[in-house]
Design a protein around this ligand. Structure first.
Ligand code: RAM
Length: 525
């Protein structure tokens, strides 16, 4: 089993802001619903299962199962044709004698074929197996309608008839899913694009976002079903170009601002039920991304009231981040997960964290200008000092890369964030990104989250064509590997990659991978 990373999880006192929480509560969305029926039965082909070296599954021919009845030990799989988030119901009827014993039925939901093929009993990742979507139910009365109470995120649904009785079998009618989302498709402008692949990527990105848009922007509707700040930032960017649900972004911003710790730091993620609760995880980078999310929101929605309300929270994140600097004005490093950055086991996070601080401070300066805040000057002064410190201590002129940590690690993430922070003059910044693509340092990227920032950096330095080919090479490749919605983790060179030690638990519809739609639409790629 893979080791659990050292994420700091200290329970902290929370300083609730009731006005912010009430504001968020009033912005709670009405969910839109549709009813979907499965396309067909048992169509998961062994080819698709083989893609990631997944164990092929014996699948009975569709005709044998269609409209049939089932007894002890039978199994079949329904394919709903695309990724869905919602509530499943079905009508079950007995065939034969009156049922003299309950039906015992196991239902297994899968976003990807791997979840149909690999037994959950073999799962040995380090996060809870309770995220695996499985349900054993007992039905005492038949015929009758069965409504499953939990919300599921899935495309495939496997039925295992564990037991009926020797005297009766069962048949299933009207298996349906009532989907839920707070994304209104009618608000999306059609995309006119000559390149079919880009159109497809755009569509899959929107589905990803739509299925993560619930009461809040969830990171993944299968797992963790929570509001994470780093994910929110990217979802919001895509939302402005597509569903334009500004209120949902506003709600999430107020929620984070409503539940800071006693010092004012916003949490890395929040739970929203049974009440709003800040998780006991705090990341240096995610807290700073509160500033970026507010910045993006203000310029997208032009909502000055929200900016004025939330500016003190944003500014506080910078003050707290500055406290982590050493006497050289460099982020103090240690081997804990003080910053997230990416799910790469060996990644050192110092240079990226320094860059994110600079990046967020630049945005804070612009917000201070809008608000005519007196903080502008001191922000600017510290910004100069911290940027100079980055060049003096983290820039290796000879190698042409930023280095990070004691070992002076050269990673993709450090270059990307320093590129985005525009620490180097524009021409040099562009050369940095070109060098990154040609020299390909060993410490690579593992999630669409960091691939997003790579594409953003390429666009920033004027490498639009390279950005396009990266989107096609990465998200396009994921589509070729069977993505109906984009995934939480994907490494084209290691397709079995999972941060958690098992692909079974990966989320296959994940917030932070929804940004190609933002790139394609915003930058007309
Ligand atoms: C995982 C989730 C989430 C992300 C955190 C850091 O638990 O995938 O999306 O923001 O990691």
């Amino acid at each position: 089993m893979k080791n659990k990373p050292k994420i700091q999880t200290n329970k902290r006192a929370i300083k609730r802001n009731e006005y912010f929480i009430n504001t968020a509560e009033q912005l709670k969305p009405q969910l839109l619903q549709t009813t979907v029926r499965p396309d067909n039965l048992a169509v998961v082909s062994a080819d698709r299962l083989a893609i990631h070296g997944w164990r092929a599954m014996a699948v009975s021919p569709a005709e044998e199962l269609g409209g049939g009845d089932y007894g002890k030990g039978d199994q079949f799989i329904l394919d709903f044709g695309t990724h869905l988030v919602g509530y499943v119901s079905m009508y079950i009827k007995p065939i034969g004698s009156p049922p003299d014993a309950p039906l015992r039925l196991r239902l297994t939901f899968g976003e990807m074929p791997v979840e149909m093929a690999e037994p959950f009993s073999e799962y040995n990742g380090w996060i809870s197996s309770s995220w695996l979507q499985e349900e054993t139910i007992y039905i005492d009365m038949m015929p009758g309608q069965v409504e499953l109470p939990r919300r599921y995120s899935f495309r495939y649904l496997k039925f295992d008839i564990l037991d009926t009785s020797p005297k009766y079998r069962v048949a299933f009618d009207e298996v349906t899913c009532r989907t839920v989302t707070s994304a209104d498709s009618s608000r999306v402008k059609p995309l006119i694009h000559e390149d079919q692949m880009m159109c497809e990527i755009d569509k899959v990105s929107m589905k990803t976002l739509q299925n993560c848009m619930q009461d809040v922007f969830e990171d993944g509707p299968k797992r963790d079903r929570r509001l994470w700040l780093g994910d929110l930032r990217l979802q919001a960017l895509s939302d402005y170009e597509t569903f334009q649900n500004y209120d949902l972004v506003k709600r999430c911003l107020y929620l984070f601002a409503g539940l800071p710790d006693a010092k004012g730091q916003v949490a890395a993620n929040l739970f929203t039920a049974p009440e709003y609760i800040a998780d006991d995880t705090y990341f240096f980078d995610y807290s700073l991304l509160f500033v970026s999310t507010l910045y993006d929101y203000y310029f997208a929605a032009n909502d000055r009231g929200t900016l004025s309300d939330l500016w003190p929270t944003a500014y506080r994140q910078i003050e707290l981040a500055l406290d982590r600097l050493d006497e050289r004005d460099i982020v103090q490093d240690d081997d804990s997960w003080y910053s997230f950055i990416d799910w790469h086991e060996k990644l050192n996070k110092q240079a990226s964290s320094q860059a994110i601080l600079i990046y967020a401070m630049k945005q804070a300066v612009k917000l201070a200008e809008v608000l005519e805040s007196g903080k502008r000057q001191c922000l600017n002064k510290r910004l100069q000092e911290i940027s100079s410190a980055a060049i003096a201590h983290l820039w290796d002129k000879e190698k042409g890369f930023f280095v990070s940590g004691q070992e002076k690690q050269i990673s993709w993430a450090s270059q990307i964030w320093m590129g985005l922070a525009e620490v180097l003059p524009p021409a040099e910044n562009r050369r940095l990104m070109q060098r990154l693509l040609s020299e390909k340092p060993a410490i690579g990227l593992t999630t669409p989250y960091m691939h997003h920032y790579l594409v953003e950096a390429l666009i920033l330095v004027g490498e639009k064509e390279k950005a396009i080919s990266h989107i096609k090479g990465y998200w396009g490749e994921m589509m070729k590997d069977g993505a109906d919605a984009f995934w939480e983790a994907y490494d084209p060179n290691d397709k079995a990659f999972s941060p958690y030690g098992s692909q079974l638990i990966n989320s296959y519809c994940h917030a932070w991978s929804c940004t190609p739609a933002y790139f394609i639409r915003k930058y007309r790629l």
